[in-house]
Design a protein around this ligand. Structure first.
Ligand SMILES: Nc1ncnc2c1ncn2[C@@H]1O[C@H](COP(=O)(O)OP(=O)(O)OP(=O)(O)O)[C@@H](O)[C@H]1O
Ligand SMILES: [Mg+2]
Length: 324
């Protein structure tokens, strides 16, 4: 089955064609544009998506040497995300599905982050636990079988990626902050400055990262000359510690055979190393499939049988995979 997928939920315009385990994707990043403002301006993101959308669809069809007749399904991210960005992908997919006469599948972005693990790994053992750590989400989910999700715990305020980005901003680092903190942390010592891992010892599986952000704000105000590498190592350590501890507990409580990790923060090498020491079959996508990409949307499309009604579906910026 050949699936053409489109992803525009935030600041990457991505199209992919998935054919079995054979994946081709073209992703146009807007990072350089948003670096100027130190974050995403939604209208600017939408305009950037509009500019590159048709050229990258043409590019992927040329790259794969496919014609519209060869495509079996069209999949698109319809939420959660920025409404202005989502609408560009949704309307492009609707138009393509109509004019090429293909079934259209509306896909949840968070399901995509989890499904990225199925690219090249068709034999994942269940039940599984999924850890989604991205710019907007930090969630632990129980996955009894492919395509079925139950929420175990989630952040009560900021997401882990958001915390990385905001701490980086406090420290005057470049955008996006996660990779910047990670790079400096690799050269630092996390034992010199203590920063809190909020909710590390709580009885539940929820997370909270806004307290860490505030702690970093006050620490930096009071210790402006502290070595950045050491501060970054402490921030990374505080985030990774709590993610790993709660994931370990969830694996045990749910008797999970596999751990499926997804989202941009899954590209963090300290987190990857710590998770790999846990007692389960660990799946973490290659870094290019951790951050937003359309290949993961095509992979999630394979969990679904029923196409979406072409005319009634809409972008839904608040579409949660497992509402609380
Ligand atoms: N190596 C890294 N270490 C830590 N964080 C990272 C790393 N690489 C990327 N990130 C973080 O990942 C986040 C982006 O991930 P992703 O693209 O999945 O988020 P999003 O799509 O904006 O949010 P969501 O998927 O919740 O809608 C950013 O916060 C970025 O700082
Ligand atoms: Mg994402």
């Amino acid at each position: 089955m050949k699936i053409l997928a489109i992803e525009t939920s935030c600041d990457e315009t991505s199209v992919a064609i998935l054919n079995g385990d054979d994946v081709t994707h073209v992703t146009a990043s807007q990072i350089d544009v948003h670096r100027i403002t130190g974050g995403i301006v939604p209208e600017v993101a939408a305009r950037e998506h509009v500019q590159v959308m048709i050229p990258i669809i043409k590019e992927i069809m040329q790259k794969t040497v496919l014609i519209p007749d060869d495509i079996d399904r069209i999949a698109v991210t319809s939420g959660p995300g920025l409404i202005t960005s989502l609408m560009v992908g949704v309307e492009t997919a609707r138009t393509l599905a109509y004019s090429w006469n293909k079934p259209l599948f509306s896909i949840n972005h968070i399901e995509g982050h989890i499904a990225a693990n199925f690219i090249g790994n068709p034999d994942i053992e269940f039940p599984a636990v999924a850890l989604v750590v991205s710019g907007g989400h930090t969630e632990l989910l129980f996955v009894p079988k492919p395509g079925t999700y139950e929420l175990i715990g989630a952040t009560r305020d900021d997401a882990a990626g958001e915390c990385f980005d905001k701490c980086a901003r406090i420290l005057g680092l470049d955008y996006p902050g996660g990779p910047e903190i990670s790079k400096l942390a690799a050269k630092g010592d996390s034992t010199i400055h203590h920063l809190p891992s909020p909710m590390l010892d709580s009885d539940n599986s929820d997370f909270s990262f806004s307290g860490l952000k505030t702690a970093v704000l006050y620490f930096h105000r009071d210790n402006p000359d502290a070595k950045l590498e050491d501060v970054c190592a402490s921030i990374e350590n505080a985030i990774v510690n709590v993610l790993v501890a709660k994931t370990k507990k969830a694996l045990k409580v749910h008797g999970a055979k596999s751990l499926l990790v997804g989202g941009g923060v899954a590209a963090n090498s300290a987190l990857r190393t710590e998770l790999e020491n846990l007692n389960a079959n660990i799946y973490i996508p290659a870094p290019e499939f951790c951050t937003d990409n359309a290949a993961m949307i095509a992979a999630a499309c394979r969990f679904h049988e029923q196409p979406t009604d072409l005319f009634s579906f809409k972008a839904n910026p608040n579409w949660e995979l497992t509402p609380r």
